[in-house]
Ligand binder design. Structure first.
Ligand SMILES: Nc1nc2c(ncn2[C@@H]2O[C@H](COP(=O)(O)OP(=O)(O)OP(=O)(O)O)[C@@H](O)[C@H]2O)c(=O)[nH]1
Ligand SMILES: [Mg+2]
Ligand SMILES: [Zn+2]
Length: 295
């Protein structure tokens, strides 16, 4: 039976990418009865009705499943931030990193619009690159305008299903256009973005880049820590995770407990104070949320 990956869902049809092309399929009633509906990213088998049409017969079990955006089998989250316009924001970056780590998806950090930086601004951004790299995150600088970094970013798509996450206007669609000029995705100038505060890109579709797929969705735009407990937050900061086993108390939250290895690492500059500050900020947010629910 032929098979492939669903790359688009639209008006009741699923577009399945096979080795030879794209087949427009219907889902079968049987899925609706079982309460499963095919998702973009699903690997499926279908019965061909013609060269271009078919019926989905089987959905392979999913490795994972995101709700916003609705995509199955995501390997990688590409966190897109602009160096400027909008300004590089480590609080938001750390939020994305925590959420994506908690979903066991591999994060990659991409910083766009490097061409807009004056030399002294560049220095500050370079510092962040070495910090995030030292934590263990792959971090790529690029400019879709000048082409800087495009050769470096291209291979990260190969063999993976990636999802973009990032604020409106950081240049996600522009980056895909730079890698696949034939797609001509719609982009908007930043002033329009700020005015509307909405994403230009809306529907979910997997686009081929090299031997991989990427979903150009606003994705993860509503970032909260649903389902993350206070005790596990530290696990989603790799450099905190590394120190946690050395804390005196097993249930240490690294706030004001004695003999806390995490706080010691902050004091000796092994952990960046801004990262620790964000940890405390997120911890408080989770604690406040918990209280709200328990009332
Ligand atoms: N100077 C410069 N401008 C860029 C770069 N990348 C994108 N832009 C500009 O930034 C603006 C926003 O780009 P988009 O690609 O529409 O942003 P987006 O992330 O897809 O936004 P949404 O679809 O709303 O989520 C456009 O005016 C682009 O021309 C870059 O590397 N350098
Ligand atoms: Mg876009
Ligand atoms: Zn501790």
């Amino acid at each position: 039976m032929p098979g492939g990956t669903i790359i688009k869902a639209l008006s009741g049809f699923y577009y399945v990418k096979t080795d030879t092309g794209v087949v427009r399929c219907r889902g079968r009633g049987v899925f609706r009865k079982k309460n499963i509906s095919p998702l973009v990213g699903d690997v499926v088998k279908f019965r061909a009705e013609s060269d271009s049409e078919g019926y989905i017969i089987e959905i392979e079990s999913r490795k994972n499943e995101l709700v916003r955006p609705p995509i199955a089998n995501v390997d990688q989250g590409i966190l897109v931030f602009s160096a400027k316009n909008p300004d590089f924001n480590t609080t938001l970056l750390d939020r994305f990193l925590v959420v994506i780590e908690s979903k066991k998806i591999k994060p990659v950090i991409v910083v766009t619009k490097i061409d807009l930086l004056a030399p002294e601004e560049r220095e500050r951004i370079d510092k962040f690159r070495s910090i995030y790299r030292s934590i263990g995150y792959e971090t790529i600088f690029l400019s879709s305008k000048t082409g800087l970094g495009l050769d470096e970013v291209k291979p990260i798509f190969d063999g993976n299903v990636s999802v973009f996450a990032g604020q409106s206007g950081v240049g996600k669609s522009t980056l895909i256009n730079a890698l696949r000029p034939d797609l001509q995705l719609k982009t908007s100038s930043i002033s329009k973005h700020l005015g509307r505060g909405k994403h230009t890109t809306r529907h979910v579709e997997l686009l081929e880049i090299g031997s991989g797929f990427v979903a150009d969705t606003p994705g993860f735009s509503a970032i909260d820590f649903d389902g993350i407990g206070t005790g596990e937050l530290g696990m989603y900061f790799p450099e905190i995770r590394e120190k946690m086993p050395d804390c005196k108390f097993r249930n240490c939250l690294h706030v004001s407990e004695p003999k806390c290895a995490v706080k010691e690492a902050v004091e000796t500059y092994q952990i960046q104070s801004f990262r620790y500050k964000h940890y405390l900020m997120f911890l408080q947010e989770i604690q406040e949320r918990k209280q709200r629910y328990e009332k």
